[in-house]
Design a protein around this ligand. Structure first.
Ligand code: SF4
Length: 319
């Protein structure tokens, strides 16, 4: 599907729950009962089916913490079997990963992003409210042992981010790591991150000159190789670089709201269409998905906070 700016929209981030077993300080999902009811498996599959009919070929399952859903492997398997779908990937905090890894492999997951913002146990406890770092690392090792592609996502919290030890840690696991600039959404709106450019300078001082890798993923990340590293390091720089020219995505919140853009509060409620009979339901959902594509903005306004109309947190939106 092409939007008004000629961008090819073929990627959907589907939040399958807003519940979480961690409580990261820029999100705090774990601390509250959100009072929303996550979509049922049937509803999630109805949305995915309509989306693939409309032209979405890549799905990212997010949350809250998606591994808290016991039916997640079935959801993955079903979406993978939809016509035209080329990849189903997952973002997780990794706490439940070592227990669920084999089921995810059998379901055919294509890639797993594990969120780790520090490899220091004490700091991890401070940032997430949990002492589960060892369990998360076990989960990454289990993925590697099962031949599942895995990457590490790290939110760039400025001085709080111990860049060198994180990258050495990822290199020791031979797993690519991506630094994500803190986006002023939800609780992070009042928090200060720093530009990824600063991290690039730190890495070049330590590991040599970075060379950009032409190969790109499903999203806006840019990847670099360094002489003294095995892995690639990626950068998702919403503020520093702006990546909306290549926007390819739609988001669905865990309670069935379709978001044309992360930055703005505008949503299209899918719940009415989800209540229709199967035959008419697909048609109605496809129409709403196309409507969302047609209403996508040209770009975000993260640089001018007053312009950001999304007031809910990443736990609700699904990142
Ligand atoms: S901020 Fe909005 S327009 Fe920009 S890449 Fe994200 S979803 Fe697309």
């Amino acid at each position: 599907m092409k939007d008004r700016y000629g961008r090819n929209i073929d990627y959907m981030r589907l939040s399958v729950t807003d519940r979480c077993n961690l409580s990261c300080d820029y999100c705090s999902a774990g601390k509250k009962d959100t009072g929303t009811n996550p979509l049922s498996k049937d509803q999630i599959l109805a949305i995915a089916s309509a989306a693939s009919s409309a032209g979405i070929t890549k799905f990212k399952l997010t949350g809250g913490e998606p591994l808290m859903r016991s039916d997640l492997p079935e959801i993955i398997k079903s979406i993978k079997s939809l016509p035209g779908v080329v990849s189903v990937t997952l973002t997780t905090n990794g706490v439940l990963l070592s227990d669920k890894c084999e089921e995810l492999k059998d379901a055919g997951i294509d890639l797993i992003n594990v969120s780790i913002d520090t490899c220091d146990k004490k700091e991890y406890q401070t940032l997430t409210g949990s002492d589960k770092l060892t369990k998360v690392i076990e989960g990454i090792r289990a993925c590697i042992a099962n031949g599942i592609r895995v990457r590490i996502n790290t939110v760039n919290r400025g001085s709080k981010t111990d860049v060198i030890s994180l990258v050495k840690f990822a290199d020791s696991l031979d797993v690519d790591l991506r630094f994500i600039e803190l986006m002023p959404i939800g609780k992070a709106r009042d928090m200060k991150g720093s530009p990824n450019l600063d991290i690039m300078k730190t890495l070049e001082n330590e590991f040599g000159t970075g060379t950009e890798d032409e190969a790109k993923g499903n999203g806006p990340a840019r990847y670099f190789s360094f002489p003294k590293l095995k892995i690639r390091v990626g950068f998702i720089s919403a503020l520093g670089e702006g990546f909306c020219d290549e926007c390819n995505r739609l988001r669905v919140t865990s309670d069935g709201k379709l978001k044309p853009c992360l930055c703005f509060g505008d949503v299209i409620d899918l719940n009415g269409a989800l209540k229709l009979e199967a035959g008419t339901r697909e048609e109605a959902l496809v129409k709403l998905i196309k409507e969302a594509v047609d209403s996508k903005p040209e770009r975000h306004t993260f640089g001018t906070p007053d312009g950001i109309t999304e007031t809910r947190g990443m736990d609700y939106i699904g990142g």
